[in-house]
Design a binder for this molecule. Structure first.
Ligand SMILES: Nc1nc2c(ncn2[C@@H]2O[C@H](COP(=O)(O)OP(=O)(O)OP(=O)(O)O)[C@@H](O)[C@H]2O)c(=O)[nH]1
Ligand SMILES: [Mg+2]
Length: 300
C-alpha cells in the first residue's frame, strides 16, 4: 500500500467508488475478482481471451498493447469470475512504469481491488527480477496469488529446466503460491490454473475459529517455546481471526513485543499447514495485554 500511496500521491481519485477491496467484508464475494498482471507482452490479454473463449480483449505482439484495466465477467462451472486485464508493468528505479502514464496506476489499483492476482510470466523471454517485483507488490497488497508460467509451448525441455530453476531462486519468497505452466495460445493448463485460482480464493477467505486457532497456537508453542528476550518471556494466550483476504491472525498474550521475527514466521508456517492456507499471504499480529496484574513476568 505504501507504493500505491507513492504512485497515487499527486493524482486525482478517478475510480468508481463501487470497486472497493473486500478485505474487511464478512463473507467471500460471490464473484471472484481476478487481476491478470505481469510485464508487457507476456500474454495477459491472450490468456483472458483463451479463458472466455472469445477475442474480447486485444492481444498483439507489441509491448504496451493493453493501456487500460479492462473488466470481463464470465463463469466456470457456475462460479462467476471477473477478470481484469491490465497494462504490462515495467520497472524503472524504485517505481513501476507503464507505456502510458496512467496505465500503471490502473494496474496497481486493479491488483488492490482484486481478490486473486494471476501473475503471468513469459517462459520464452525468461524470468526477470521485474517479475519478482510485481509479485512483491501483490504480496504487499495482501491479495491471493497464482503464478502462471505462460508460453510453455514455446520452450524446449532444456529451457524448461532453466526457467523452473530460475523460479526457485527468484521466487523463493513465494513458497506458498502455486505455479502453473500454461500456454494461453494453445489453451493448455487453463483448467489447472482456474482450479488454483479458486483454491487461493477459498484460502484467502477462510474462516478460522478462535478455538481451532488457539489450539493450533498452543500446539506450536508446545513444540517450540518463544525465546526469552532480556527479562521478557513472551506468553501466548489465545488467537483469533482479525480479517480476511488476506487472513489476519491476531495473537493475544503478554510481552509479545519480544517475539522474534523467526518465531513469527514459525507460527505462520504452523497456521498455513494446519488450515491449508496455500495461495494466500497470511498476516500474524500480536496484541499484548495491557493489564498490569496479568503481566507479572515483566515486573520482576
Ligand atoms: N508461443 C506463445 N505465444 C503467446 C502465448 N500467449 C501469448 N503469446 C503471444 O505473445 C504476444 C503478446 O500477447 P498479449 O496477450 O498481447 O500480451 P499482454 O501481456 O497482454 O501485453 P500488454 O498488453 O502489452 O501488456 C502475442 O503475440 C501473443 O500471440 C503462448 O502461450 N505461447
Ligand atoms: Mg494486453
Amino acid at each position: 500500500a505504501a507504493l500505491m500511496d507513492l504512485v497515487l500521491g499527486k493524482l486525482p481519485d478517478d475510480e468508481d467508488g463501487e470497486e472497493q477491496a473486500e478485505g474487511a467484508s464478512e463473507d467471500a464475494p460471490q464473484r471472484i475478482k481476478v487481476a491478470v498482471a505481469g510485464r508487457p507482452n507476456v500474454g495477459k490479454s491472450t490468456l483472458i481471451n483463451a479463458l472466455i473463449g472469445e477475442d474480447r480483449v486485444i492481444a498483439f505482439d507489441m509491448p504496451g498493447t493493453t493501456r487500460d484495466a479492462i473488466k470481463v465477467d464470465f463463469e466456470v462451472d457456475g462460479q462467476p469470475f471477473r477478470l481484469i486485464d491490465t497494462a504490462g508493468l515495467r520497472k524503472k528505479g524504485k517505481v513501476f512504469e507503464a507505456i502510458e502514464k496512467f496505465s500503471v496506476i490502473k494496474t496497481l489499483q486493479a491488483i488492490e481491488q482484486s481478490n486473486v492476482v494471476i501473475l503471468v510470466l513469459d517462459a520464452v523471454d525468461g524470468i526477470s527480477t521485474h517479475d519478482a517485483h510485481i509479485a512483491g507488490f501483490a504480496l504487499e497488497s495482501g491479495r491471493a496469488l497464482v503464478v502462471a508460467i505462460n508460453k510453455w509451448d514455446g520452450v524446449d525441455s532444456y529451457k524448461r529446466k532453466l526457467v523452473d530453476n530460475d523460479l526457485e531462486t527468484k521466487f523463493h519468497f513465494l513458497k506458498w503460491a502455486r505455479f502453473i505452466h500454461i500456454s494461453a495460445l494453445k489453451r493448455n493448463g487453463l483448467n489447472h490454473l482456474m482450479k488454483a485460482v479458486r483454491d487461493a480464493h477459498a484460502a484467502s477467505f477462510a474462516k478460522l475459529s478462535t478455538p481451532k486457532l488457539t489450539r493450533a497456537m498452543m500446539a506450536a508453542v508446545e513444540q517450540q517455546q518463544p525465546a526469552r528476550s532480556g527479562r521478557l518471556r513472551p506468553k501466548l494466550r489465545y488467537a483469533h481471526q482479525g480479517g480476511m483476504n488476506p487472513p489476519v491472525i491476531v495473537i493475544h498474550g503478554n510481552s509479545l513485543q519480544a517475539v522474534s521475527d523467526s518465531y513469527k514466521r514459525y507460527l505462520e508456517g504452523v497456521f498455513r499447514d494446519t488450515f491449508d492456507l496455500a495461495g494466500t499471504p497470511l498476516r500474524v499480529e500480536f496484541r499484548t495485554n495491557k493489564n498490569p496484574y496479568a503481566d507479572g513476568e515483566d515486573k520482576r
